[in-house]
Design a protein around this ligand. Structure first.
Ligand SMILES: O=C(O)CCC(=O)C(=O)O
Length: 312
């Protein structure tokens, strides 16, 4: 009887959650809208965007990430390679804090960063832009000896339409190759170099790089993800220069084949940004490609980048 009474009067205190704002195209369920007033007790939900790559996490306020929220975000990222959030009107500090839960934040080798936040890279395009960041398939700064584990991009300004980002699953790309091709690639290494891409970027935007040098490194063509243990293709047209030990024509031929393969639509998802959306991708198992189809509109936000480990 006493137990029954205790169970009746004791109720879990409400957990603070932001109100969900439903819009066409959301993956949110009606459930997510139903809370007591503005407080919802609905636990965060992970909703796959495709069976192959990408998931949206609903019902989480990234300004205030508890340990269990962190675990959920971490596990979803490991499972889906890229995760998405909506309606995150968070500060640069909160974005950095989220990144720092995953590892050390790193500055970009060719971008001075935001005033007072060298490890925060502005992503910006408007009517005066001559190029945009990431307009081909790549894994961020793969030319670094310790290429980034992950990148977190929040956009505060988005065009009316366009400006989507494509993401591709590099486990799926590797696994879809023939056994013979996988056996050929396993054990090969490739040289990645930041110089050609970053110098060309600087030339286009008219930035004097003062003859500085950029990172370059030799990495396995197929790497093993340190958390999932899965094998993933790790070459990309932005930074990979050649496969070590192959004559130039063979190296070019193999890389061209792999780049075409990586771009297969069945390894991809396409993210439609809204104001205050966030994409968080794992560079060790995903590549991405930003689409610049919205000129002269403005698209703007901030990226933080998390240091990774030497690929093996
Ligand atoms: O603007 C985007 O959607 C992505 C930009 C990009 O490729 C990057 O930050 O690495």
């Amino acid at each position: 009887m006493l137990l029954k009474w205790v169970a009746f009067v004791w109720q879990e205190p409400p957990v603070k959650r932001p109100p969900e704002r439903l819009q066409a195209g959301d993956f949110h369920t009606a459930e997510a809208m139903l809370g007591s007033g503005h407080m919802s007790t609905t636990p965060p939900q992970v909703k796959p965007v495709t069976p192959v790559i990408g998931a949206e996490i609903c019902g989480l306020d990234l300004d205030d990430v508890s340990d269990s929220d962190f675990r959920l975000v971490h596990d979803a990222l490991m499972e889906h390679c890229v995760i998405f959030f909506r309606d995150q009107d968070i500060s640069i500090e909160s974005q950095k804090e989220l990144g720092a839960r995953f590892g050390e934040l790193v500055a970009h080798p060719n971008d001075p960063g935001v005033d007072g936040h060298p490890e925060v890279m502005p992503i910006h395009a408007d009517e005066n832009s001559r190029r945009v960041a990431g307009e081909q398939w790549h894994s961020d700064v793969s030319c670094d000896p310790l290429p980034p584990m992950g990148s977190i991009l929040r956009l505060h300004t988005v065009p009316e339409t366009g400006g989507d980002t494509l993401f591709a699953n590099m486990y799926a790309a590797y696994e879809a190759l023939s056994e013979r091709m996988r056996a050929f690639l396993d054990g090969l290494t490739a040289v990645h170099d930041g110089g050609p891409y970053y110098r060309e970027t600087n030339r286009i935007i008219g930035r004097d790089d003062g003859g500085r040098s950029y990172p370059s490194a030799e990495h396995p063509v197929v790497r093993t993800h340190p958390v999932t243990g899965r094998r993933a293709l790790f070459v990309n047209p932005m930074f990979t220069q050649y496969i070590v030990g192959l004559p130039p024509a063979e190296s070019r031929g193999v890389l061209t084949l792999l780049y075409e393969h990586v771009a297969r639509p069945d390894f991809q998802c396409r993210f439609r940004w809204r104001r205050n959306s966030i994409a968080f991708w794992d560079n060790r198992c995903a590549q991405h490609h930003a689409i610049w189809d919205y000129w002269p509109a403005t698209r703007s936000g901030y990226r933080v980048t998390i240091r990774g480990e030497a690929p093996v």
